[in-house]
Structure formats: structure tokens, C-alpha cells
Design a protein around this ligand. Sequence first.
Ligand SMILES: Cc1cc2nc3c(=O)[nH]c(=O)nc-3n(C[C@H](O)[C@H](O)[C@H](O)COP(=O)(O)OP(=O)(O)OC[C@H]3O[C@@H](n4cnc5c(N)ncnc54)[C@H](O)[C@@H]3O)c2cc1C
Length: 453
Amino acid sequence: MAVLEYGGMVSPGALYGPHQAAYSKALTSSNGLPDGYPWTACCVGGGMQFYNAITLRYRQADLSASRYLTTDMEIDWPIALQDLEPHYSEIEHLLEISDANGFSAHLASPRGLMLSSAMQELGIKSRHIPLAIRPPGTSKGCIVCSACDELVCPTDAKASVLARNILDDSALPGTISVLYGCFVNRIELLNDNQAEAIECYVPLSSELIRIPVERVIVCANAIQTAALMLRSKSGHATRGIGNESGLVGRGLSFKISGYSVGHMEPADYGSNALAAHWGPHATVYTDEFYEHSDVPCKFGGLIYEANFPTPDENVGLVRLHYIAGEEPWSHNRIVLDEAVDRYGIPYIRFEHRTSANDRARIGFLADRADDVLRHLGALHIERAFAHSKGSSHLHGTMRAGRHPRTSVVDRLGRVHGFTNVHVMDGSVMNFAGNSNPTHTIMANARRMALSLE
Ligand SMILES: Cc1cc2nc3c(=O)[nH]c(=O)nc-3n(C[C@H](O)[C@H](O)[C@H](O)COP(=O)(O)OP(=O)(O)OC[C@H]3O[C@@H](n4cnc5c(N)ncnc54)[C@H](O)[C@@H]3O)c2cc1C
């Protein structure tokens, strides 16, 4: 079995921004410039190398969000939460997620403690965030060497595909080889329902190589997976693989999200809670507004502590992040542009706008975050909302369901009409969910992978 990866290996301590700068951008509908972000992270191990290890389970409402939201696409997942539960447990065990399966809980950071008290005083329930980071003071635990956001953990205290025993080749006839620096350009078809090879481009040697396959499992993220399927046009799939109904790339959904930063009284900067921040990006959160009658559509999301990536940047500031799953609409999509990048690969273009419901939902969460910051004594609050130029939470472009007219893959991730082409990443999530997605992407991939004979 071979894993083909475009990016290279990342070094311990590598920073996200400089590492990702080398990889091509997407065109955005607003200005036609390549300024959109079509990756979570391009490297062996993907976005998990840099992630914040927030590992919350989804809820049934995330899988049946049509209770709250209506769009022109099927929103509900074709499975129930109980289908994911054994896989969540296994992933929690493999990643050593704090406060689960007997692994120690993380203590709240000084800011987390302060935020937690403010929330309680406002009648908002606060909780500890489950993290895939071994807590400080435990065996091989976090050494609190920096602020963790956007950083490859230098000690492997944070879980990643490389830092934990996640890949299991014991049931395979051979081993798992990882070929990196290898861009999968297209899937070649033998006939109308079977892949026979993949074509890869190796930028380092400018070579185009062809690899025969028995089966292809695509896990390239919700933007890149759809782009690969669209690039794979041939006489057997004239609109791209799985795209007979024109659905590939549609339903592109990010998290709607934003940050509020409270600027605190300078006289208080010396306090422990307003000093530089070291350690995990976030330790406390509230899910009070996940499903709540006061929220627009009655469906909100999370608000959590969100420290800046460099320790000193946090002095005198308290930052909160709010996220919720975006409504999937068919007009939100990725397409391939006619313009090509320096390797001759068509640019990905986003066509995306945020709905009025989503603006209202995230506005509600932002107001509640600001209540907390004001309660803490913030002198002024700055807000920043994420936009449609990309996100590291990517979902929805290869929708899962029973009918080829309304979905691209079946409940096991197999592309309708194909015997050996599967998709097992965030693109098969019909609703993005109101929580951070990686834990769920992994649990769902494990569920689908175990169905392969
Ligand atoms: C700074 C940061 C913080 C985050 N924090 C959290 C968090 O706390 N909790 C959470 O749940 N999530 C978090 N995320 C999101 C998380 O990283 C993603 O949800 C997760 O990585 C998705 O995993 P994936 O395997 O589906 O996709 P990816 O991680 O994107 O992996 C896909 C891989 O495919 C490769 N690829 C794509 N196209 C091709 C091609 N054509 N040929 C060859 N290779 C290709 C990419 O290079 C990439 O390595 C964070 C992300 C970032 C960047």
C-alpha cells in the first residue's frame, strides 16, 4: 500500500506560515487573484502537524442538522452518531486524548481559569477542552516550550499521525510506503466504473509518473479531493469522476468563525492571567449555545479560549474564538479555472458567499464572547471574522448519500458507480458540524476503511 503526498516532511518546531508559503493558492470569486487558501497544511501528516489538538466529538444534531437548517442540498449525514462511537473511542485511545480512556485531564491555563470564572458568573457553563496533547507533568508530556498554535510540536507531546501509532499495517500483505513530494494529478479510468492508474507529477524531477492501482482512497481535503476528481475527466467520465450530476465541488463549507480580542487594563498586565501565554492554544470552552433557543436558527456552536501563536503576543490580551458549521449551499463550490500554475495544473477557484443565517448565527456567538470579555473588564474589543478565502476546516464537496442525483459517494465513501474509487476525508461530511472536525474525520475514515474487504 502506498500513501502519496504532495508536501514534504516537516521538522519539529516548524511554523505554519513560512512552511505553507511555498504551496499554490486558490483564486477567489471576489477579486480573481490567487489569494485563497486551498490546503489545511501541505506536508506528510497534513494539518495535524500544526493543529491545536482540540478533539471534541460531534453530536447527533451535527449529523441531522436539517432539524435547524434548510438549504438546497441534503444536510443530514447518511449515518447516525452511534455509527461513529466505537471509532471515536479507538481514536481517543490512539491519540491519548486528555480526560478520556483514563488519560489525565489538562488543567486550565491562567487565562482559561479567568475565562471560566467569567462565564460561570454570566451563567454560561464552561468546560475543559479535550486535547490530544499529553499534559505537562505526565510521561512524555508537554514541556510548555512555546504557545502551541501553528507549531509542529518539538517533543511529540501533541499527537499527530507521525507522533502516535495510528497507522496499522499488520493486516496488510505488505507494509505502508509513504511517497512524498508527489502531486496526484489525475485518476485514470479503465472503463466507466473502475480506476486503473494514477498520474503523479514530481516537481523535484519534473517527472510525470503513472502508478497502476487496485484501489484508490482519496483523503486530500475537501478542496483538493474535489479538484482531483474534476481534473480526472476522460471519455469514461466526461465531467470528472463522480460528477455526472454536477455535484463534485458543490456544498463547499468551512466553519463560520471569528475572533474577539479583549484589550485589558494596562495596570493588570503583570497578573499571571495577562502575562505571556505558554502551552496549548485553548484549554476551556463553552458549548452552551450549541443548540439553544436564543441563537438564530436555534443552532450555534462553540466559544473557546484562543491564545495567539507567539507567547509575548498575548500580553495584556484575552482572545476568544467562536465557530459553527456553515450551511451547505450548492452555489458555494470549487471549480477549476482555465488559468494554470507554474506546473501547468489548473488553479482552483472558490465561488463562495456566507448566508444571512450564518452571519446571524456567528454574530450571536461573537456578541456572547464580547459579553465575557467585557465582564472581565476589557477596555476595548476587536473583532475579526474569517472570510471566504479559505479555512483549515474543510467539508462537503463530495457529499454522501444513497442517490447519485443528490450525492457523490455512498455511506461507505465509495464514489457512486465506481468499484474501486473511495473518498474518506472531510469532503463527505454533508454538514460541517459545529465543532473542530479532525477527530470526526478520523473516526469516520476508520468506519469507512473497516468496510473494505
Ligand atoms: C493551525 C491549525 C490548527 C488547527 N487546529 C485544529 C484543532 O485544534 N482541532 C481540529 O479538529 N482541527 C484543527 N485543524 C484542522 C485540521 O488540521 C484538519 O481538520 C485536518 O488536518 C484534516 O485532515 P485531512 O486528513 O482530512 O486533511 P489534510 O490534513 O489537509 O490532509 C490532506 C493531505 O493531502 C495532501 N494532498 C492534497 N492534494 C494532494 C494531491 N493532489 N496530491 C498529493 N497530496 C495531496 C495534502 O498535502 C495534505 O497533506 C487545524 C488546522 C490548522 C492549520
